[in-house]
Design a protein around this ligand. Structure first.
Ligand SMILES: C[S@@+](CC[C@H](N)C(=O)[O-])C[C@H]1O[C@@H](n2cnc3c(N)ncnc32)[C@H](O)[C@@H]1O
Length: 320
């Protein structure tokens, strides 16, 4: 078990946090997903989820979003972000392993302000199944699940492989979903239907290594009305693991998957206002087509020492 300090203002881009402590003390078990507090541009919560939560609330008129659930929370920082930025007072969280979830729930309990009580519902296991016994529904469900299936037979028990998930799945999946390795995102959307409050939404955080059109189809196939909330980019975290995994899967017939040189994305998104990125997304995607690298080319560039990035979409799915 280790503990890291996270300065709330810098991490969430807020001044004077009102619901969580100004300095977060985050415990991590050996299997907890590692936040990247030393490089916020490659941290999912700081760089992608927090701006998306703030925008979601603004677009809903600014009122508090009372209840929030994270599928695959890792450290619990996404839940703390939701408490601060959405004003959530009842939170649900899951992840695969008991130690990870217990540590995350402890992080939430010990880092919100005592004057702002929070009800925490949690359990370990697959997707939303661990929360079944609570009979709860949430106004917003968030997920940032991995894309790449572990090779059959590989154990996840001792690993901290944040980019991979455990096969095989018994559920039937649409062909498009399987080919583009969006399995867990699809299954989370399907399960979320039984956990959403009326008028609620699911935010799926997706490394957009496949076309935006495919991401919208993913939500439609799961029975939702989708829209993009934000379109942005990120430096590829754990590139030595994720890019070769995608290159291997692409060779096996999945994808194709697209990456970019990080400096290309830095320039392309420099003048994009995150709040307006959703309307410009298709145009940005089109303008990047000529400079994209498929997974094999990205892997070769990585071996030559290039810094690789990928676009990121936050997909907002509402029940029809
Ligand atoms: C990329 S990390 C995201 C962590 C955190 N939610 C964030 O946004 O920074 C993916 C998380 O999903 C968890 N995970 C993977 N497969 C899962 C499953 N089937 N059910 C629940 N959680 C899962 C992993 O253990 C990991 O903590």
């Amino acid at each position: 078990m280790t503990t890291i300090d996270v300065p709330t203002e810098a991490y969430l881009g807020v001044t004077h946090p009102k619901r969580i402590k100004p300095h977060l003390s985050i415990a991590l078990s050996n299997r907890s997903y590692l936040p990247r507090v030393d490089d916020l541009q490659s941290d999912w919560v700081a760089h992608v989820a927090a701006p998306a939560f703030a925008l979601y609330r603004r677009r809903k008129g600014g009122a508090r979003i009372d209840s929030f659930c994270s599928i695959g929370t890792g450290s619990g920082l996404d839940v703390l972000a939701a408490i601060e930025l959405l004003g959530a007072q009842r939170v649900g969280l899951t992840d695969l392993h008991e130690d990870v979830v217990a540590t995350a729930a402890g992080n939430v309990a010990s880092n919100h302000l005592p004057s702002r009580p929070v009800t925490i519902e949690y359990g370990h296991g697959d997707l939303l199944a661990p929360l079944g016994n609570y009979n709860s529904r949430y106004a917003l469900i968030y997920e940032n699940l991995p894309n790449v299936p572990l090779p059959d037979g590989a154990g996840i028990a001792n690993g901290r492989k944040s980019s991979t998930h455990v096969p095989p799945r018994v559920e039937r999946l649409p062909e498009l979903v399987k080919r583009q390795m969006l399995d867990l995102h699809y299954l989370a959307l399907v399960q979320a239907k039984s956990f959403l409050l009326p008028g609620g939404a699911v935010l799926s955080t997706l490394g957009a290594r496949v076309p935006l059109e495919v991401l919208l189809s993913l939500a439609k196939l799961a029975g939702y009305s989708p829209s993009l909330l934000t379109y942005t980019w990120k430096v590829q975290a754990v590139p030595d693991e994720v890019i070769p995994d995608h290159a291997q899967k692409q060779k096996e017939g999945f994808g194709p998957f697209h990456f970019y040189l990080a400096e290309t994305l830095e320039k392309a998104f420099a003048s994009v206002d995150p709040a307006k990125s959703r309307t410009d997304a298709t145009e940005i995607e089109r303008s990047l087509q000529a400079v994209r690298l498929d997974a094999s080319a990205a892997n070769e560039a990585l071996q030559r020492g290039a810094r690789i990035g990928h676009t990121v979409a936050v997909l907002q799915s509402e029940l029809r």
